[in-house]
Every structure is written in structure tokens, then in C-alpha cells.
Write a protein that binds this ligand. Sequence first.
Ligand code: 13P
Length: 254
Amino acid sequence: MNRTPIIAGNWKMHKTVGEAREFAYAIRNHKVESAVEMVVCAPFTSLSALAEELKGSEVRVGAQNMHYEASGAYTGEISPGMLTDLGIHYVIIGHSERREYFAETDETVNKKAKAAFANGLVPIVCVGENLAQYESGETKAHIRNQVIRAVEGLSSEQTKQLVIAYEPIWAIGTGKSSSVDDAQDVIGFIRSTVEDAFDSQVAVQVRILYGGSVKPENIASYMEQPDIDGALVGGASLAADSYLQLVQGVVGGK
Ligand code: 13P
């Protein structure tokens, strides 16, 4: 099964609209030799400008969150339909920072994943253990639970399109990336969890990314692993040249 690799930048709370446009100018004419999907997930304020500047390019734009309701009295929230209206393709759901600081739960992650598909968006669902869970050997039990709860009630067809990002919380923004073997081990385990929840046809198609201190220097070693289909990258995705080096690294690794 050929799964197209993804390099998804997650800008988090960075960049003004002007800075986002500059980034778009710098990457929009980039041609990759083999199939790599280039994705940039930006703050809501920059999405419209990015979608406009990247229209017709190979780069897809993603949001970093959304509400699951279609509309209503939810001050400060953004609906799935508002994102599709802008031409947004992906939406990150359940990032550990949203789980930790903004009360995202497995239940809201599941509701948002369903709402994303219902509106023609593709969710990038994040899962990952914290340091205490990692150190006490609870990683797999925790990840299995997060994955099963995220995909509950999704159809097989939807889950085949789903993107899952495994981001150990202790590796995010710390410079302490997971070892390549550990990342492959957990990501292979996520694939078998999807197989248990659906079947092997679904499991072989779902794309699973690694995230946590990914850089141009280490991307190729992750990409050499059989189950790792790309990366969700924070800090190293902010500068256009570093982002493009990550994309080149995928080509080198697969
Ligand atoms: P860093 O690449 O900065 O470690 O962030 C990872 C992340 O949280 C991407 O969503």
C-alpha cells in the first residue's frame, strides 16, 4: 500500500497575516520530486490569506482547531463550515496543548472528528502520552484508549482518509525527540489498534505521522520506518527554508 507522506507544519500561535503571506510566497512554487503532501496549519486569522496565496499550488492549508457545532451562541469559536468556506482542507483535532490548556477531551475530539468529515474536512487527530505515563510504561494503554475513542462511530471510508499524529508530549518543543525505534513501535501499534477497531484494509490506508522535535536533520530517519507516514512539525516549520528542507527530507527517507 502506497500512502502519500505528509509534512504538516503546525504554526501554533505564530505569524501575522503579513508573515503568513511571505511564507506562502516562499514555498508556493516548490516542486517535489516524488509525492509528498505539503500542509500548513495556521492560526484562524491567517487562513484566508494562506488559502488565497496557495490556491493552485501543491500546498494544502489546515486549521488548528474548530468547534463541532455548525453555528450558534459559542462566542470565540469557529465552525467547520466556516473553514470549508475558505478552502481549508485539514483541521488538527485534539493537539496535546488543546487537551492540556483548553479542556479538549476524548469526547470532544470524537465529536470534532465526525463534524470535520461531515463537512468535507480531513481531521489530523493528535494522540500522545505525557512524561509520567511514558516513564511508568503506560504509553500503549493510553494511546490505544485515545485512538479508539477518537474513531468511535466513524465509518471505514472516513477512517481510511483520517490522519493520526503521534506526538509524545515530553518530546514537543523540548528538543528531545522520541527515538526512531520507539516512534515506529508506537505508530505500528496505532496501526494495529485501527485494525482492531475496523479491519486491515482501513489500517493499511490510514496515515500516521510522528511529531515532537522533528527537524530537517532527523526527518529522514523517521521516514525510513515502515509505519511512519510523515511528520507534524512545530518549531521547525516556521521558517520557509526549514519547512522546505523537511519536505526534501521526506523524499530522501522514503
Ligand atoms: P515541535 O516540532 O516544536 O516539537 O512541536 C511539535 C508539535 O506539537 C506539532 O504539533
